[in-house]
Design a protein around this ligand. Structure first.
Ligand SMILES: Cc1cc2nc3c(=O)[nH]c(=O)nc-3n(C[C@H](O)[C@H](O)[C@H](O)COP(=O)(O)O)c2cc1C
Length: 355
């Protein structure tokens, strides 16, 4: 029997130069070199989450990925959530280091795409609507990541991925990747069936050994059940207003009860609840607890997607990729088996028909 070394090769794996169509999200904070390198080394495509990080840190993290693997990887930046001077410096650092790919999120900023493309990088753009997908593709993005409302962290999508994904696939010619709610191999097969070329997972990788998230955040994800997340704009400090997030319900969301929407970063009180490398962390800020964070972790933004319900064991990133591919193979075999009787029946029917 021959084994297929890349059973799910797609347009995406071809474009990115990876084996498996699985991207680990560039989560600002948790997705540092240890995680991105482990994912790329295991056959997926790792993204560094570098939103609002100083260029020196970005240079160090890029070098740290390269010290572990020579497989391709990318860097995630968020133009509209970053002061313009810092964003330009971040992008300069990435392009000077010749990162293979850049992944952008939130408002579509054609200039960012143009600069990255001119420097020879592959551009992925995570969007939440057909309009933004069209704008990103028109500006030259090579891959569109469609984010559904199920997603963890900042949520640009306003509708479920089951409807958004095929809609985006119908409208753009470039490979489309499904984001939000994916944490199993069956999910990968479902995404491929809907026209995606791969999946993009955040919560799943946040819980791995290599992520830089604090152990408290990881454990809360492992313990979470369906329905434990809250969609809200309560964690607003540090971001433009009206930017919804999905988090695990915690004492802050419980306290806010009926006020999950309509919050504004400028009017929320400034109360220091933790520190990270000496930097104060405010209640209602978008900071999530990291390995380096000391303080009241429960009061912080415990970002998680609905997929948290499917993440029950803390493993390495390589084990996650291996499990997803194994489950996806099983799921595709189940589909084949499920279809056989129907095919046999239909063929039999047509052979005996007089029509
Ligand atoms: C902790 C956390 C932090 C995130 N930070 C970012 C970020 O900095 N940039 C970004 O493009 N997306 C970010 N996201 C969103 C992801 O890109 C992705 O849309 C989401 O994780 C998909 O849903 P899932 O968590 O169910 O896999 C973050 C998600 C999480 C869970």
């Amino acid at each position: 029997m021959t084994t297929n070394a890349a059973p799910f090769a797609t347009e995406l794996t071809l474009a990115l130069g990876c084996r498996d169509p699985i991207i680990s999200a560039g989560m600002g904070g948790p997705a540092r070199a240890e995680l991105a390198a482990a994912v790329s080394k295991a056959g997926g495509f790792g993204l560094l989450g570098m939103v609002r990080e100083p260029p020196e840190l970005i240079e160090r993290e890029i070098a740290a990925v390269r010290a572990v693997t020579d497989r391709p990887f990318g860097v995630n930046l968020i133009p509209s959530a970053t002061e313009s001077g810092l964003f330009a410096a971040e992008l300069d650092a990435c392009l000077a280091a010749r990162v293979p790919a850049l992944c952008f999120f939130w408002d579509v900023v054609p200039e960012a795409i143009r600069r990255a493309k001119d420097a020879g990088a592959i551009v992925l753009y995570q969007v939440g609507s057909v309009e933004d997908a069209l704008a990103a593709a028109k500006a030259g993005a090579d891959v569109i990541i469609a984010q559904g409302i199920e997603a963890g962290g900042h949520v640009r999508g306003r509708t479920g991925i089951l409807t958004l994904l095929p809609e985006v696939v119908r409208h753009v010619r470039v490979p489309v990747v499904a984001s939000g709610g994916f944490a199993t191999g069956g999910g990968l097969i479902a995404a491929l069936a809907l026209g995606a070329s791969g999946i993009h997972c955040g919560t799943l990788f946040l819980a791995t050994h290599e992520s830089f998230a604090h152990a408290y955040h990881k454990q809360r994800i492992l313990d979470a059940k369906a329905g434990d997340t809250v969609y809200t704009d309560l964690f607003a400090i540090n971001w433009p207003p009206h930017s919804p997030v999905r988090v695990l319900a915690n004492c802050v969301t419980q306290e806010a009860a009926e006020h999950w929407f309509g919050n504004h970063p400028d009017t929320l009180p400034r109360e220091v609840i933790a520190h990270d490398d000496g930097r104060p962390i405010y209640k209602f800020s978008t900071d999530s607890p990291l390995r380096s964070t000391v303080g009241d972790h429960e009061k912080m933004a415990l970002f998680a997607g609905e997929s948290a319900a499917l993440v029950n064991t803390g493993t390495s990133a390589a084990e996650v990729i291996e499990r997803l591919v194994g489950e996806a193979l099983e799921a595709s075999n189940r589909l084949r088996l499920a279809m056989q009787p129907a095919w046999g029946h239909r063929h039999h029917g047509s052979a005996t028909s007089n029509c």
